[in-house]
Design a protein around this ligand. Structure first.
Ligand code: NAP
Length: 310
């Protein structure tokens, strides 16, 4: 391995959409693919599965909740490749819910809601009958910790390593749109702002967790769906990072976007979802492999390979 090899990293790649993204990158990306997982045994088993298919991913441990783990990956990438060409931030969590109307057992409220199910506004919240019994403020804290703060920590450590013409894909969700629509108009305005800073966004995400703890989240204009709020964070963070990249490294032609894979059959979304993990991987892989002369999309939210207006 030398610093002239290109390298792509996928987070949360031991199963689900992340695994399918890693497999497709092994097939299509000209360079090394590093499959990462928080659990070494699960990650190595996934690598073996791809090796059995004739593919050659490398493995590195990565728990996005653990700064030391993120920094160990950063040091590995610096040492072995002198940087990073493609980063796919896929790792994420969602609390399960039993109810979710429409008879979708096991699917997270967030993801079938993301499909625009009409009952979302009425019942698919993380509070109330049928929802996972974990207290809402715990759901808020745990979900934000991984989906927003963990993803942000990975970006803080790895974005400075991104090489010219690099590609960054943050797997968000259409649930971020649903959650945005359910925020107060004041919050909506802040999240749609073209000038919001990373610090302001972090303060808002912390405020959500604090408001949930103090049971004033509804009064403060938050929807009671922490998964959707965490993905608002991922979508807005992507817009901020893209803006910063354009301002600070405009000549490097780095393209960074958020995306939704669609509603995909995984442990997170359950067996009734319409898409296979391979189909779910299509948009993230498309964004990861945007040609070197492409000048967009950048700073967008993309689903089904199309830009959605935030
Ligand atoms: P999944 O099957 O549950 O896979 C999630 C992956 O993330 C697993 O590899 C999991 O590892 C990993 N992960 C969780 N916490 C982590 C952490 N702290 N550090 C590192 N890895 C961690 O879910 P999925 O459906 O493939 O979801 C992948 C992404 O797509 C998520 O960001 C999700 O929000 C998003 N998404 C999914 C859908 C859908 O319909 N499935 C729709 C929209 C967006 P373990 O195996 O160790 O738990």
């Amino acid at each position: 391995m030398s610093s002239c090899s290109r390298v792509a990293v996928v987070t949360g790649a031991n199963k689900g959409i992340g695994f399918a993204i890693a497999r497709e990158l092994c097939r299509q990306f000209s360079g090394d693919v590093v499959l990462t997982a928080r659990d070494e045994a699960r990650g190595r088993a996934a690598v073996q599965q791809l090796q059995a298919e004739g593919l050659s991913p490398r493995f590195h441990q990565l728990d996005i909740d653990d700064l030391q783990s993120i920094r160990a990956l950063r040091d590995f990438l610096r040492r072995e490749y002198g940087g990073l060409d493609v980063l796919v931030n896929n790792a994420g969590i969602a609390f399960k819910s039993k109810v979710l109307g429409a008879g979708v057992p096991g699917a997270p409220a967030s993801e079938d809601a993301a499909m625009g199910e009409p009952s979302f506004e009425k019942g698919r919240r993380e509070r109330g009958a049928g929802a996972d019994p974990t207290s809402f403020h715990i759901k808020a804290e745990v979900t934000l910790k991984t989906n927003f703060f963990g993803t942000r920590d990975v970006c803080t450590e790895l974005l400075p390593l991104i090489k010219p013409q690099g590609r960054v894909v943050n797997v968000s969700s259409l649930a971020s749109f649903q959650a945005l629509k359910s925020c107060s108009s004041e919050l909506q305005e802040k999240f749609r702002s073209e000038t919001i800073t990373e610090e302001e966004l972090v303060a808002l995400m912390n405020a959500f967790v604090e408001d949930a703890k103090n049971r004033v989240d509804q009064k403060e204009g938050w929807p009671d769906i922490s998964y959707g709020v965490s993905k608002i964070g991922v979508t807005v963070l992507s817009r901020i990072y893209a803006r910063n990249l354009s301002a600070q490294r405009g000549g490097d032609k780095i393209l960074l976007n958020a995306c939704c894979p669609g509603w995909v059959r995984t442990d997170m979304a359950g067996p009734r979802a319409p898409k296979s993990p391979e189909e779910g991987a299509e948009t993230p892989v498309y964004l990861a492999l945007l040609p070197s002369d492409a000048d967009g999309p950048h700073g967008q939210f993309v689903t089904e390979k199309r830009v959605e207006r935030w």
